[in-house]
Design a protein around this ligand. Sequence first.
Ligand SMILES: *Cc1c(COP(=O)(O)O)cnc(C)c1O
Length: 239
Amino acid sequence: MPISDSSATAVDAAFDAAVSARIAEVRERMDAAMARGGHGQPVTLIAVTKTHGPEAVLAAWRAGVLDVGENRVQEAEAKMDVVHEPVRWHLIGHLQRNKAKAAVRFSLVHGMDSLRLAQALDAAALAAGTTLDVLLQVNVSGEESKSGLALGEVAAMVEQLHDCRQLRVMGAMTMAPFDAPESQLRQVFAGARQVRTQLQQAGHPAPWLSMGMSGDFEVAIEEGATHVRLGSILFGSRT
Ligand SMILES: *Cc1c(COP(=O)(O)O)cnc(C)c1O
């Protein structure tokens, strides 16, 4: 038996089995949180594969996960080039305007956090002859280290977004402070839910709420998250 072949297969199988088991466990916890939260919303698990190779994308796919999240355009594009399974690619990180062109390769852009970026994304979508699904990222906690639009700027932004005809504003995205107490997490997540309501009232479709990471996804789901972005809980800690 050729050693290299069999060992490569064995490593893949073990990695796949580990990822698959973690996904099954996480899905159970998601279901329980949905039942507790009482919002009745479907929740999409986005496997965040940043810093991991294409094998992480494939392991998630084989375990039934259709959505993958990346926070850097270049790293995502490298994986897109070698992964041919029809996963939905989510751009979850901060995006610079000069990279807006690349955004049209993603099925959802989570980090739209300024009018200037929205206009760049709109122009990129127009040039590509397509429409682009985006989320408005809001900084509910006001932490300086976090990107996202300040809550006080949301009202003007939801109106200005109507001029971006190639964008479909599908909802709000937020990140809670790391290791915050549960009461603060709930406050942050409820704040993002309120922004989604503002978007809806202004006539945007906005069915979605992207919030919740490995450390806080259950609280996020209880508060109405429709998309959770999970990395380390599925693939181990990033070095
Ligand atoms: C890295 C990242 C995640 C995943 O974080 P984990 O704590 O590893 O689950 C989610 N959202 C964003 C925006 C990220 O950058």
